[in-house]
Design a protein around this ligand. Sequence first.
Ligand SMILES: [Zn+2]
Length: 267
Amino acid sequence: MPPSSYASNSNNRTRPRHSSRPQDEGKLTKSPYYRIVEDRFSNLTEVVLRNSDGDPSRLPPKQKTFRVVDEDGEVNYLEEANEKIEKHWRKVIGRFLAKEVLEKDGWRGRRDNCLLQSLPENYRLYTHKKGDKDIPRTDAYLFGGPHKFRSPEEFCLHARWLALGSPTKTFTNKPDCACVYCDKRYTQKQLNKMWGIVSATPARRGPRKKSDGSTTDWSNICAKDYTKLNTATQPSTVIPPTQQQPSSDTAAGDHEVFNPRPVLCNL
Ligand SMILES: [Zn+2]
């Protein structure tokens, strides 16, 4: 059980009974801070965050986005993240919100099919490209918030805080947010374990086995460098799920694979 100071906040809300009609789902959340959009054709659930602490003045200055090759043939600049990387972030965050906010508000659906519809207002995802101009190291960072988030896992708890309406602590008036930057008591690795923050659903390999109800701890599986994500000719530096997966199939293996890419995170 995560150390939640919001439990009563989210659990005590009066929720209407959910209709079985997917097109109605967007109207059913009473929270002013997020809404849910169900797509009956794609079977996706999109979480729309209506609350943001993003500020455009915190976005990188333009001069940091210029690709300049220095005399050593190296680059060091920021580029807006491509759709593939951003979607990975939105999926990790969306699934976490499904578990920690939507379900506690009475929503019943498949977490694995949840994703954030878009990043919160005035947040923007960039990739930092550094090193050899042809194969620079590529790390993703989320800008616009009060902190620079280095991975979707880092942003999960801050997104939860936004989805709960940005509550503040009674005496200090500081954000009552459990993320690694607002509450510095725990490392991200500890938070991943405590809150069950997972990077992605692993691809199912081999024949399906009956689930024993256990879940895989994917929180420790990561690869920081996004460099090889779109480079088919290069050997991948991303740790493939098969090398990390325990020998027995997991509960996650019984779910439809959302996007069977290697697991990525950015610590
Ligand atoms: Zn926070």
